[in-house]
Design a protein around this ligand. Sequence first.
Ligand code: NAG
Ligand code: NAG
Ligand code: NAG
Ligand code: NAG
Ligand code: NAG
Ligand code: NAG
Length: 488
Amino acid sequence: MRASPLAVAGVALASAAQAQVVQFDIEKRHAPRLSRRDGTIDGTLSNQRVQGGYFINVQVGSPGQNITLQLDTGSSDVWVPSSTAAICTQVSERNPGCQFGSFNPDDSDTFDEVGQGLFDITYVDGSSSKGDYFQDNFQINGVTVKNLTMGLGLSSSIPNGLIGVGYMNDEASVSTTRSTYPNLPIVLQQQKLINSVAFSLWLNDLDASTGSILFGGIDTEKYHGDLTSIDIISPNGGKTFTEFAVNLYSVQATSPSGTDTLSTSEDTLIAVLDSGTTLTYLPQDMAEEAWNEVGAEYSNELGLAVVPCSVGNTNGFFSFTFAGTDGPTINVTLSELVLDLFSGGPAPRFSSGPNKGQSICEFGIQNGTGSPFLLGDTFLRSAFVVYDLVNNQIAIAPTNFNSTRTNVVAFASSGAPIPSATAAPNQSRTGHSSSTHSGLSAASGFHDGDDENAGSLTSVFSGPGMAVVGMTICYTLLGSAIFGIGWL
Ligand SMILES: *[C@@H]1O[C@H](CO)[C@@H](O)[C@H](O)[C@H]1NC(C)=O
Ligand SMILES: *[C@@H]1O[C@H](CO)[C@@H](O)[C@H](O)[C@H]1NC(C)=O
Ligand SMILES: *[C@@H]1O[C@H](CO)[C@@H](O)[C@H](O)[C@H]1NC(C)=O
Ligand SMILES: *[C@@H]1O[C@H](CO)[C@@H](O)[C@H](O)[C@H]1NC(C)=O
Ligand SMILES: *[C@@H]1O[C@H](CO)[C@@H](O)[C@H](O)[C@H]1NC(C)=O
Ligand SMILES: *[C@@H]1O[C@H](CO)[C@@H](O)[C@H](O)[C@H]1NC(C)=O
């Protein structure tokens, strides 16, 4: 992804990643269980609640080497850290090393290097991984994908690899070789493990430790109501698709005291559905309205909007409507939008301003730098989303939180329509609801008192907690590739 609201230096990211690993609670992670059935492949994702990110266990090579990788709809390469990379070998007090696993090519009988020096990816936060492309076996709990092309991170600022499941045109090889290769979703279909190049993602509740990704099908037990499909939008309206970008038609705030449509001066709001981004990034004006609604304040110190944690208990929600007035709507409750700043120990408190004394949480809606904007995990958890890379559509419905039942329906064939989905009527690729903005009628339902004029938060964070907080935040943007192609 291009939009980078927080420009974080590579060095800072490395420490962030280390902090992430340090705070990692192994016990809380459920061992991923994946199984293949009826032309679909099902994976369990574990939710790193604070640091952000959904991780999945795989085996690479023969015999298989266990590695845990972050799932990312915002990039398109699978890559693993090399066991010889400095970030894995130079373990110290500050660098716990590659605790998610690393890959040693010498220990694999089926390893085949196919592009020396040609793997080179940089994510929006400035973190990067460089090395070779190789082909080898890739296993997701018993399902073996043969000869998958992957990146080998020989020099990396990130201690864990990623599974990018986006469009081929977004592969890192485009920048080094100007060519693409069949990536994981495509190879799964080519090797007849799934019928169509498509997958659905169910991230589940903020408090739940696991969600799931299902390649090649949908699970009708994981959402409420009906699946509605809308068109993915290509850069400049062309035939080349690069990202899961959609028209975000309107955003509304609702509380017991009323409903407001948030306004923006952007002509069209293009937003990318990106599981590799923890938070949601909207235009400056729209984000500021959202902050005013809930009493959030921008902290210059942290570089992000924070909110009293108590707001997470209020009875309100934000509604996101896509592709026109008659398009699908997802309601996201405040409990999904107020996140702990770090795990373990008490939350930091506001030391000044109108919220003085209250615990500080991260707000799930932040301000982005420009189009396309990003709908990250704080939005995605409230939706069941199907990504169809053949028909260039996504289908979406409100999630069924904590569902334990399952009813998997596979795509019938390559290019078949998304099962059970109905196309949204009257879709528009441009424009958004005209704002009928008249004050903040919902605001008083979200919080007590008047803090539309919250003032600045200076020196809110003092003491040793600060470093930890900063590091946690740096990590939240990991996992979105940058490629410069113009938008509408
Ligand atoms: C977000 O808003 C704050 C406060 O207005 C501003 O200081 C900051 O630069 C903005 N961030 C981005 C990425 O635009
Ligand atoms: C890989 O992980 C599985 C279960 O997660 C475990 O049973 C197996 O022993 C591990 N293999 C290695 C080589 O660590
Ligand atoms: C892997 O696939 C490539 C084509 O992408 C082919 O050239 C190569 O021979 C294959 N290797 C093996 C071991 O199957
Ligand atoms: C889902 O389960 C988690 C963990 O058990 C719980 O904290 C949460 O409240 C549940 N969410 C819903 C919507 O029931
Ligand atoms: C969102 O909330 C509004 C107001 O409660 C409700 O009318 C609407 O049906 C909800 N939409 C979805 C998709 O849940
Ligand atoms: C929107 O779509 C519905 C159903 O397809 C149709 O009946 C209606 O006339 C359309 N409305 C507009 C404004 O195009």
